[in-house]
Design a protein around this ligand. Sequence first.
Ligand SMILES: [Cu+2]
Length: 150
Amino acid sequence: MNRRLLLATALLPMAAQAHGSATQHGSLTLEAPLTRAAGQGGQGAGFVTIRNTGGADRLLSASTPAAGRTELHTMLRDGDIMRMRQVQAIAVPANGAVSLAPGGLHIMLLGLTRPLVVGESVPLTLVFEQAGAVTLQLAVQAAGARMPMH
Ligand SMILES: [Cu+2]
């Protein structure tokens, strides 16, 4: 662990603010948060890459006013079918990164309370075991052809 870097980060009041599509939060950098267009009442998925310059952490939960319920999911191969499965937490390795991306780990948005419209953004709050809570803006992109279904 680089204590000098952590101290420098703690002393910078600007560190918690978003710059571009990346958000700095303590030793975490949250990059390219996005979701896909979807209709009200349907479901969506949130994606983000989490880089970590500090000790090991875990993503414990996520929430957004745009969904009735939010779960952490992974995808597992079942024969020749990919199935989604809920996980209790997503590990963020020390001095490493984890990507939530189509075809793998994602934040499941269930019971959308409003449509996700291309070009808009929706707030998503992530809660980490060590780093605490941070709110991102998920950029809504055009629906992909390979969105996983339950
Ligand atoms: Cu899912």
